[in-house]
Structure formats: C-alpha cells, structure tokens
Design a protein around this ligand. Structure first.
Ligand code: SF4
Length: 427
C-alpha cells in the first residue's frame, strides 16, 4: 500500500472533497494558514464517513474549520488571504496567531535537561523515572490531528521545535541518572521513521549498555492513521519494524507502544486489527491514550465502547487526558466537572479489564493531576474537587489527595481555588 499524503496544496484532488461545498474548502484553506493539516489515503478512504462529514470524528480530527480559531483571529487571517496580501505578510499574521495559542503548555521548555552543562534540546525530563526523546527524523506525523498539543513540532517557520539526533548524549544522560528507567520516543510520531533509522537509535542504546534502562516506549498514532507500518503484506518495511520490536524485547527491554486512539471508529478496520495482532506477537504491549475532546469523543458511551474494544483486541486502556490549553483549545475543551462525569459514567459500563485507565488526568506544569472525585461538605453543601498528582516533578508529592473548590466551568487545574483547612472545619 503506497501512502498518498494530502495537505492544503492538493486536498482539493480528493474525490470526496470535490463533493463538499466550496465554502467548506475555502475555510479549510484559510484556517490551515495557522493550523497546518495533513491527511493520507487510508484516513480519507477508510476512516472518514463522508456522508456525515460535518459531525464525523475522523473528519474533524483531520480537517480544520473556522471554529478552531477565535473569531477575531479567523477574521484577520481570512481578510489577509482574501485581499491578497503578500505571502510574507500572511505568514507574519499566521505566526502572530500561533504564538498566541500557547505553543508550549505546562512549561515544557523547563523540562529540557543539561548534560555536562550543555542543554539536550531533544529531551524532556520531568518525572524521576522517565525521559522523553524527540528524534529529529520523527517530528512529523502520518496525519496531523487538529487538536494536537504538539502542533509547534510541525510549524517549520517558527523556532518552536524540540528535537535532536545525538542518542549517545541521551544514553550518557541516562547513565548519570540511575533512577531513569524508561525512555519514551515521541514527536510528532516516531513511527514515521523507517525501521532502519529507529534501529540505529536502538543499536546505540544497546551498545551503551545502560543498566538502569528497563523500558522503551514509542508514542504513536500510526495504528490509527497508517497501520500499514505493521502489515508486511502491504509494506516492504513492516517486517523489519516488527523484527526490531522483537529484538528490543529479546534484548531484555520491556517495549510499550503508547497508541493514540481518539474514537472507536478508528478501530473498525481489518488493517488496524491485524496491526495490533502483529505488534502483540513481537512481545510488545500496547497501551492506549487519548484526550477527552469536545466535538470528537465527549460522551461516556464513546469511551466505554472504545475501552471495551481495546481490551477485546488485547490492548490496555491507559490514560484519558483533559485536553491541554494549546492550539484550538476553545473548540475541543471540556470542563473538568463534565470530564469527571463522562469518565465515571463510562468506566462503570466497562468490563473490569478496562478499568486500568487513569482518568481524567491533566498534564499540568507540576505533574499529571487526576480528578478523583467531587465531594460535598455536609455542613454547608459546598462542593470540592478531590485531586491527586499521579506524577509530580517532585515524586514525593505524588499520590497525596487534596481538595480544590469546585467550579462547574473550570477546564484546567490553575483555574481552581485551593481550599483552606479552616473553611472545612467551620463549614
Ligand atoms: S499523532 Fe500525536 S503528535 Fe501527531 S498530530 Fe496527532 S496528536 Fe499530534
């Protein structure tokens, strides 16, 4: 199967697109000046329900629309395009809007560590036991998700990207930090790299012989957007990729594929079912994660079905995230109270093996904050969120539940007010 990529330059050639109203296509062209999109023939031909494109989750995940920008930003870029401003002027406006979209939420820049006094620009080390590695060749994706919190990785004309190639320095960093046990390849999507490129990184890791390294993770949406990465009958390089996975496992490292699934609709093709089987046959495990997204999956039934399907396919539900405050946040955000309600309704419906999921969880500046519940003070009826950090920059601060004032509209932990002990005692 040969990949055919689409972006703003050629998306009008897509047969299904020809049937859509002209104003829809024009809108895509305008919004993509700020939020670039990318699709491929698998997403177009197998995942999108074109008859219901306006509400179809895979269509909305793929193509930007005007509601993904603030009204004033949309108007500004639309006017720039329609009045025919020179390209460099349009780019200036697009970049100004991008920079206002909080490109690096949760202070990601502060996670960049140093080795012997020199920064490691393609590494993030926030939690004690795991470091993220952004290999230079993996900083793009098979298709760009419209909600993506890593969108600055795809914007070439702004200096916003984390990336590096020097895995030797990453290995040295691991050796200097013996509590580091896990290395997560991330991006973009590391599975966009050829197996040969990934092998070179893995060879160096094995050569470095790092006693404290126990687990390799690959964060990827390839199972959803291009499962042929793992299907030898369709892709000449797939067997090499599967062999590489097996080599990692046989070499004594635990291998976990962190698969992004945003909707059960993405799990309904023969291609994805076979890809999951092939990966599992290598000895790797697959854990699944997704943000909770308005306009895509903000319903308990969708999540319950997604988790149950994942379990029946042999995958492990891992995270339901709260959408991060970046990019087209206002379009996808779900208030914390609603998120907790969706989570509890969904998890009650699932089989017990799906209850491995940690949710709802915010990847905030200090760590991953999980909402444990909503509690009411019986003395005055005041409501609170019960929250804990399941990961914290200071690991000793994790798993310590605390209360924050309930706020029906809040969408992130920093919008909540802390609770003083005296308030609870006095009722
Ligand atoms: S696969 Fe992940 S990194 Fe790539 S566009 Fe989607 S959310 Fe972003």
């Amino acid at each position: 199967m040969k990949i055919v990529s689409y972006n703003v330059k050629n998306f009008r050639q897509i047969e299904y697109m020809k049937m859509l109203p002209e104003e829809v296509k024009h809108e895509i062209e305008i919004v993509s000046r700020v939020l670039p999109f990318k699709a491929n023939n698998y997403v177009i031909d197998y995942l999108i329900d074109w008859a219901n494109y306006e509400t179809d989750p895979c269509y909305i995940l793929t193509f930007p629309n005007k509601h993904m920008l603030k009204q004033e930003d949309y108007n500004e870029i639309k006017e720039a395009v329609e009045t025919g401003l020179p390209e460099n002027e349009i780019t200036k406006i697009a970049n100004k809007i991008r920079l206002s979209l909080n490109p690096h939420p949760a202070q990601q820049e502060s996670n960049i560590p140093s080795l012997n006094g020199e920064p490691l620009p393609g590494v993030q080390h926030k939690y004690r036991d795991i470091a993220l590695f952004f290999p230079t060749q993996g900083q793009t994706c098979h298709a760009n998700c419209t909600f993506c919190f890593r969108w600055p990785q795809f914007v070439k004309d702004l200096d916003l990207q984390f990336s590096m190639k020097e895995i030797d320095r990453v290995c040295d960093y691991f050796k200097q930090h013996e509590h580091l046990h896990e290395l997560l390849f991330t991006g973009g999507d590391p599975m966009i790299m050829s197996p040969r490129t990934i092998s070179k990184y893995i060879d160096k890791i094995f050569e470095a012989d790092i006693p404290n390294l126990k687990t390799i993770r690959f964060g990827t949406k390839s199972l959803t957007w291009w499962p042929f990465v793992f299907l030898p009958e369709y892709n000449d390089e797939a067997q090499e990729m599967l062999d590489l996975f097996k080599r990692i496992v046989d070499g004594g490292l635990h291998l976990s594929i962190m698969a992004h699934f945003n909707h059960y609709q993405e799990m309904e093709t023969d291609a994805v079912r076979q890809a999951v089987k092939n990966i599992r046959a290598t000895g790797a495990e697959i854990r699944t994660q997704s943000p909770l997204l308005n306009n895509i999956n903000a319903s308990a039934d969708i999540w319950a079905e997604m988790w149950d399907k994942q379990v029946s396919m042999g995958m492990i539900p891992y995270y339901m995230f709260i959408e991060r405050e970046t990019g087209p946040y206002q379009y996808f955000q779900v208030p914390l109270a609603k998120a907790y309600d969706i989570y509890t309704k969904a998890i009650r419906k699932t089989s017990s093996l799906a209850k491995t999921v940690t949710a709802p969880s915010m990847s905030a500046a200090m760590g991953k904050a999980q909402i444990l519940g909503v509690q009411e003070n019986p003395l005055n009826g005041e409501k609170y969120f019960n929250i804990q950090y399941i990961r914290h920059r200071d690991y000793k601060q994790s798993y310590k539940p605390f209360l924050m004032h309930y706020d029906e509209e809040a969408t992130w932990i920093d919008q909540l007010k802390p609770v003083e002990k005296v308030e609870l005692v006095n009722g």
